[in-house]
Design a protein around this ligand. Structure first.
Ligand SMILES: [Zn+2]
Length: 282
């Protein structure tokens, strides 16, 4: 295996927009950070929240990080872009309660990361290498981690018509992430949209930032025929980034979502912190 150094951004980038669930506008500025700092959100009140599993406070529809009274919602697409593009350390200043949804994918974040570039830092990456198979289960959903030389994700999605069953399998590096995952958008069913709105969710959702499936198929052109499973992989990567270290293993996910991902990453974080106490120093 090649020796891998931590990476940060070569410079800052900014995006502005509304959150898909709250509809609230926010500006996000992503800046370089030092070795060992990991990814940290800096909220309008100055509170700092490390993007680590132990700081996850909610997983219904989106991943929410919080500490005390402060929280930041829908962090997973930005975190997926940083993780997928190989950025270990970054500081994210945000002016509102929710990360802007952009087009519902990680594409805009990934493009900014490519534009500003990344730089290797003078400290090795910390990795999580499971010594044995581990599994997490919630009803018919499962998340399995197997020892492997490289990071690989296999995801099995199984949805009601018209989405159906979809399967994704790839060793994931920045090129694979950028070309095959980053552009996959959030999706949902037409009949769900009204329910979400009633619950005060999806206030910022529209056909510009989510693929909506009606009874006969998608209401907008898809970017790939299997765009939904690619988005599920994107969400999984964002949630796995909350380990705070690079997983080096094969991940088999069956119908998993934020809730199961969070159960798994919280338990794995306990193992990581036990094995490498410095992983907790942030
Ligand atoms: Zn998502």
């Amino acid at each position: 295996m090649t020796v891998q150094y931590q990476h940060t951004l070569r410079g800052p980038f900014e995006i502005e927009g509304v959150g898909i669930h709250t509809g609230a506008a926010a500006r996000v500025r992503v800046e370089p950070a030092g070795t060992g700092e990991g990814v940290t959100f800096v909220l309008p009140g100055g509170e700092r929240i490390s993007a680590l599993a132990e700081n996850v406070t909610e997983t219904a529809r989106a991943t929410v990080l919080g500490t005390g009274n402060a929280s930041v919602s829908t962090v997973e697409h930005l975190l997926a872009a940083l993780f997928g593009m190989g950025i270990d350390n970054a500081s994210i200043a945000i002016s509102g309660p929710e990360v802007p949804v952009a087009d519902g994918s990680s594409a805009v974040f990934a493009e900014h990361i490519v534009r500003v570039g990344s730089v290797a830092q003078n400290e090795l990456r910390r990795t999580f290498v499971p010594s044995h198979a581990q599994f997490f289960r919630d009803g018919d959903r499962a998340l399995i981690l197997l020892p492997a030389a490289r990071f690989r994700v296999r995801y099995v999605a199984d949805y009601a018509a018209p989405i159906g069953s979809q399967y994704f399998d790839a060793e994931i590096d920045p090129e694979v992430f950028r070309d095959t995952i980053a552009g996959a958008r959030t999706f949902g069913y037409l009949h769900e949209v009204e329910n979400l709105r009633k619950r005060g969710l999806a206030q910022g959702g529209s056909l510009d930032n989510a693929v909506v499936f009606g009874p006969d198929g998608p209401m907008q052109p898809l970017r790939w025929p299997d765009e939904p499973v690619r988005h599920k992989v994107l969400d999984l990567l964002g949630d796995l980034s909350l380990l705070g270290v690079r997983p080096q293993c094969e991940v088999i996910a069956i119908k998993s979502g934020h809730k199961l991902h969070c159960t798994a990453t919280k338990e794995l974080r306990r193992q990581i912190v036990r094995a490498v106490p410095s992983a907790n120093v942030r």
